[in-house]
Design a protein around this ligand. Structure first.
Ligand code: FAD
Length: 444
């Protein structure tokens, strides 16, 4: 899709009362995310850039942008905070970046439920929700910067998934309000199972302007590090803690050596060659946790109350994909996979099979009603062929890989075309202008 550049002048003139960014450096920066975690995506996406960035503050302005975009047939890619790690908001066909970070009002907040604009930052939201004893059910490790709209559009899991599973699990999103990309943009309200149309949709199935999200009871979360001599014992401890119904927790993150050595700021609490668990447990449940740690032969090396933890960097920022970030700060040749192992037997098999080539990082989460180990394992990238062999070996042994080295929705997640999503997109984006190229099943 190529667009005559003078069109952008007309487009900008029509919307001159909305903030529009044309400065090339800023546009370049706002066209990118954390795609560089993947060496494959690095070479595929590093020259992709929008023509300009539009930053509306109201739904009425979003409608005007969508209408003008359709009028001039300009591709439009929505952006929250741009922390996606596989190019979710990188415009493959240039056009407009619709930056919704300024649509950041909390519309209402009640015990158990809230209504927000998409640009609300997750940690900022929780600060207010905790005042009434509630918090987000789940959040990625980019919690401090990520937006709620971006998490719904491009994320999947995070702290809290231990209790509530993935975003796509029924009940984790109650309602969304969408602007369509039609000649006369419409506002749609999706509820019930219909919200699936936008979850992990990379902004290809409408522009979210409002979300109604269920909340979780907020606890004061104690942040804890436990060190283990043996990796599989640490993994078994992780499973036992995840299965301990009486211990309230929201993060169980297990790291095989040498990963702990990449956590520069945590070195006083870690031991060379040993394995560690990074945990968030209710302050009221630290005593039973200590008993569990004793049972598994671990050593408590770090324990901060919620108030103490709030003064420094949260352990969250060493878990989920922040682990990958820390490893890449030590050696940029590190890359990763996103894996559902489902069982510890499978974890052990992969641990023994790959030996030093792959360092295993587990995050426990709820899937199908059970706590299961997920993985964001680390390894140094050598060749595309070796990467493929690693993926295939995992899959042949029953693991599910959510491939972070591809940029289409289908290839990364479900591995198949979602006919309902494609049909929905055909209805609400008949010209295929929303983040073109990201939904493989959609053709004009
Ligand atoms: C270090 C690191 C750690 C991470 N950890 C996690 C993790 O623990 N769990 C996890 O799930 N992800 C993780 N991520 C990925 C990412 O940070 C999260 O998914 C985050 O929630 C994305 O929010 P964002 O505001 O940055 O979204 P963006 O990156 O701006 O957007 C993400 C996608 O959503 C679409 N989108 C944004 N806003 C809207 C809207 N209003 N309407 C429609 N579509 C929209 C965009 O087009 C894009 O396709 C991590 C990334 C990094 C770099």
């Amino acid at each position: 899709m190529t667009v005559n550049t003078s069109i952008y002048q007309e487009f900008s003139a029509e919307l001159s009362d909305i903030e529009i960014i044309t400065d090339i450096d800023r546009v370049t920066k706002l066209s990118l995310d954390y795609y560089h975690f993947s060496p494959i995506l690095q070479s595929q996406l590093n020259d992709k850039k929008a023509n300009l960035v539009v930053r509306p503050t109201t739904e009425a302005d979003v409608i005007r942008v969508a209408k003008a975009g359709v009028n001039y047939k300009i591709p439009l890619t929505v952006r929250g905070a741009g922390t996606g790690n596989y190019g979710q908001c990188i415009p493959l066909e240039a056009g407009i970046i619709l930056d919704l970070s300024k649509m950041n009002q909390i519309k209402w907040l009640k015990p158990g439920i809230a209504c927000v604009e998409p640009g609300v930052k997750m940690a900022a939201f929780d600060k207010q929700a905790r005042e009434i004893g509630w918090e987000l059910r789940m959040a990625p490790s980019t919690y401090r910067t990520a937006t709620i709209g971006g998490f719904i559009g491009g994320g999947s899991v995070g702290m809290g998934s231990m209790n509530y599973g993935q975003i796509k699990d029924r009940g984790n999103l109650h309602r969304v309000r969408l602007v369509t990309m039609e000649e006369q943009p419409q506002i749609l309200e999706l509820t019930g199972d219909d919200v699936q149309q936008v979850i992990h949709g990379y902004g290809t199935t409408g522009i979210i302007t409002e979300l109604e999200i269920p909340l979780a009871p907020a606890y004061p979360w104690q942040e804890i590090i436990v060190v283990f001599d043996d990796f599989m014992t640490a993994a078994q401890f992780g499973q036992a803690l995840s299965d301990s119904a009486g211990i309230v927790k929201k993060l169980v993150s297990i790291h095989s050596a040498p990963i702990p050595s990449y956590f520069t700021a945590l070195q006083p609490y870690l031991t060379q060659g040993k394995h560690c668990a990074l945990l968030m447990v209710s302050e009221y449940d630290v005593a039973p946790l200590k008993d569990l740690v004793t049972e598994y032969g671990g050593t408590f090396t770090y324990s901060k109350t919620a108030a103490e933890a709030a003064k420094g960097t949260s352990l969250l920022e060493f878990t989920w994909n922040h682990t990958t970030l820390h490893a890449r700060n030590i050696d940029p040749s590190f890359t990763y996979l996103q894996t559902f192992y489902f069982t510890l037997e499978r974890v052990e098999k992969m641990y023994q099979h790959f030996g030093d080539e792959i360092a295993i990082h587990l995050e426990f989460l709820k899937a199908g009603g059970k706590a299961v180990p997920g993985g964001l394992q680390l390894f140094r990238f050598t060749t595309e062929e070796r990467l493929q062999e690693i993926i295939e070996y995992h899959e042949a042994n029953g693991a599910f890989i959510a491939n972070p080295h591809v940029y289409t929705i289908e290839d990364g997640g479900d591995k198949q075309i979602d006919k309902d999503k494609v049909a929905f997109k055909q209805k609400i984006d008949p010209y295929g202008l929303l983040n073109p190229g990201k939904m493989r099943g959609f053709t004009l």
